[in-house]
Write a protein that binds this ligand. Structure first.
Ligand code: GLY
Length: 375
């Protein structure tokens, strides 16, 4: 690919920023990641489900999720090779439980899964509460240990490929030239110094905070609270995706439990008694034995949401500024396809074959910012 020695700026050091930086660097592009506070990134908060089918996605978002799921194994291999670290990918399948067979059969992605009766459900999720009389098993869905492994591996992969990082830098303004094109950014460094960096291209990957830099962008925060328990090793093999609460068993027995969905909280930080209680109740209603497992950690974060729940990908209204944000509930799943689509947009020669690049373009066209501007 024809690359430039002037770095492309990545505005945001979360999962999307790192994933795009990594793919650009693999293709020989100089990259500088400007990251404000890495530990607030949704990539550290999410449960890491790879679940387009279990989450019941539909339409273009299902297609995007399936396309990303197909990329994940090779993407993870690249990250693991480039970093020397494991990402914790588990092809463990996901079970969605239902109260009745009718509810199961009307689930949007029912045709992609295996139908389970009560006995089959118990076989897949030993100890599941008697409320749940039916289920769907999606063996194609899985999980990745985003919080403890993937984020670290991606950062290491980027560093080894020469990506530069400026941690603690808060980008405050986009600088545009007389023609409206992106010319640079104004930022405050970790030391408190104000400075300007020139650039022709930047990728806005600021998660829930993306709208602070570009207020016209329809991105808002949806707070999620989570917790983890230490389960007996092997107590649960499949992810269980219940309504309102899900259980994600890591290889070593850590059970990640998510998540509240609180759009009304805005950027309100911290745990709340109601939020934590609803998770606790969700655990009891799915897997009563898990209520006795020792608690490990509790945390919260902010999903970047758009009005239709789909991400914002590709060009923006500012020439030179690309978008990789608004992934709402599906950021971990969509990181692989986001990085691929953004690289193809930034450098159209970089697709491995023209057919896949045409298919990618058709997909990306459904997630452009312009879909909101036309309304
Ligand atoms: N994808 C799960 C969540 O956002 O809670």
């Amino acid at each position: 690919m024809a690359t430039s020695t002037e770095p492309i700026l990545i505005l945001g050091g979360g999962l999307m920023g790192l994933a795009v930086a990594h793919q650009l660097a693999r293709r020989g592009q100089a990259v500088l990641v400007l990251s404000r506070r890495r530990n607030e990134a949704a990539g550290f908060v999410a449960a890491g489900m790879l679940a387009p089918h279990a989450e019941g996605l539909s339409g273009a978002l299902l297609q995007l999720g399936q396309a990303s799921l197909a990329l994940v194994p090779a993407w993870v291999t690249q990250i693991e090779t480039d970093s020397g670290l494991s990402c914790g990918l588990r092809n463990c399948g996901i079970v969605v439980p239902f109260r009745t067979p009718e509810e199961r059969d009307s689930y949007p992605t029912a045709s992609w899964g295996t139908s389970l009766d009560r006995q089959g459900l118990q076989g897949e999720v030993p100890g599941i509460a008697a409320t749940w009389q039916a289920g769907l098993l999606f063996t194609q869905d899985g999980q990745i240990d985003n919080r403890r492994q993937l984020m670290r591996a991606l950062e290491r992969a980027c560093t080894r490929l020469g990506v530069q990082f400026q941690e603690g830098s808060e980008v405050q303004k986009l600088i545009k030239g007389p023609s409206g094109k992106l010319q640079g950014v104004r930022l405050v460094t970790a030391e408190g110094d104000a400075l300007s960096l020139t650039c022709c291209q930047a990728v806005l990957a600021g998660g829930a905070w993306s709208g602070q830099l570009l207020p016209e962008l329809p991105v808002f925060p949806v707070k999620g609270q989570m917790l983890s328990l230490q389960a007996p090793k092997g107590a649960l093999e499949r992810v269980v995706f219940g309504p309102g609460t899900y259980l994600v068993p890591r290889e070593d027995g850590l059970l990640v439990v998510g998540a509240t969905s609180e759009p009304e909280a805005g950027f309100g930080e911290g745990l709340t008694p109601n939020g934590q209680r609803s998770l606790q109740e969700g655990i009891g209603s799915l897997l009563p034995a898990a209520s006795q497992w020792p608690p490990m950690e509790r945390w919260w974060g902010f999903r970047p949401c758009t009005p239709d729940g789909g991400p914002l990908l590709g060009s923006s209204a500012i020439p030179g500024l690309w978008l990789a944000t608004g992934h709402h509930r599906n950021g971990v799943l969509l990181a692989a396809i986001t990085a691929e689509l953004l690289c193809q947009q930034i450098n159209p020669g970089s697709a491995e074959n023209p057919e896949s690049s045409e298919a990618a373009l058709r997909l990306l066209n459904q997630f452009r910012w312009s879909r909101f501007q036309q309304a």
